[in-house]
Structures are given as structure tokens and as C-alpha cells.
Ligand binder design. Sequence first.
Ligand code: PRP
Length: 229
Amino acid sequence: MSVTLVAEAPAVQLTTEEFMSGVFEVQHPLIACHLTRLRDKTTPPAEFRQLVNRLASLLAYEATKDLRIEKVSVQTPLTKTDGSQLAQRIGLIPILRAGLGMIDPVLELIPTAEVWHLGLYRDEETAQPIKYYSKLPPERPVDVALILDPMLATGGSAVDALTTLRDWGVPHVKLLSLIAAEEGVKRVECEFPNSQIYVCQIDPDLNDRKFIVPGLGDAGDRIFNTIGH
Ligand code: PRP
């Protein structure tokens, strides 16, 4: 595609409220149906991965509605006309392992995004997050970071990731989770009131092992077919 940036044009806002903080439980019939299959304990790993992919796309569509764009001029086969391009650097921050399942669909929507992996796992005894991988550069933070993690349970992992991104200097952070527990959502809201949380559904409970109830089990194990190992 041949595009020319119209330098003097101001950045275009897609919505009136830029980067509102808040929790968005996205209501959509396709999300409701795919999430039901995702919860089903008989759904095999191959279908589970497809469902994660579809839900991540739908969630990302919603979560990117307020990205800033700028006007460009584009030459079609017939004439010149006005067009748009993203005006911000976007970073995808998948939380290993389960967040890996959400990268491809979001990258498909934002092919110019940078991907910065964070490795976190929850200690089985304490449910506290343990960080084991982070290679964020010391400078030049992205303008908008989308944290990708299918599950937000106690909120410990999300708070750790948000802290890392704040320390990097990212001004706008959005957390995309397929499912969340009320407790975790409240914790993130409380500790990072300026962040946005996009989720397909918020479940009411955590069990004594800090699993989301009714939930969908362990997303990482179901994506990678490692249940019981
Ligand atoms: C899961 C999930 C989140 C975290 C949520 O990862 O993918 O990262 O737990 O729990 P929290 O909100 O209580 O922190 P897990 O520790 O199972 O690692 P895995 O993806 O490698 O399986």
C-alpha cells in the first residue's frame, strides 16, 4: 500500500473519552457462545486453542476502539483519498505460558505491534506470582500496552505485570483476560486505578486453591495439553 503521512493533520480520536479507566465486561453473543465451549471440561486442547484465538480477537476488537489514528493520504488505483494509520506504538505483553495463546489473533489485527514477553507463574502453595522472564528494554516504552493473559484470578500476576510496565514508563495499559474473578478485578482496580480491564466474563468466586469458579480450569494446561503433569 502506498501511503503518505499528512503531517499537519491532527491525530483523530475514535472515541470521545480517551483511555478511560475501568472494567469492561464485553457483552456479545459470539463471546457468550465461545466462552461456554471454553468452560466445558470435555473441550479438547485443539478446540480450546481455537476458542482462545476467537475470544482474543473479539476482546482485542473492543479493547482497541480508542487507539489513536492519524490521517494519511492514499493513492488508490483510481485517485488519491484520505486514509488512516495508527499514531501510537502498540506493545503486546503476553504472560507466559497461557498468554502465548492470545498473541497470534491480536497480532493479526495489529501487525505492527511489538511483542514483549513476561514470564510469570503462580506458586502452587502460596498463589503468589513468581517472575522468571522479562527482557523489556530500559528505554523507549511503547505508548499503549495490551497485557494478554486468559485468566485473572487473585490478580497477583496482573499486578506484577502492571508494575513492570509502569516501571518501564508505559502511559496506557490495557489488560485483556478471557475470564476473571471478582476478587482479582477489584485488586487490579484498586492498585492500578488508571488501567483498563477487558474481560469476557467476571466469575464470582475463587476456590481454596485460588482457581476461578465456575471458571474453565487452568488455561495454560488446557492450551498446551499438560493437564496432570
Ligand atoms: C495462570 C494465568 C495467570 C495467573 C492468574 O497462570 O494464566 O497468569 O495464573 O492467577 P492470579 O491472578 O492469581 O495471579 P499459571 O500460574 O497457571 O501459569 P501458566 O500459564 O504457565 O500455566
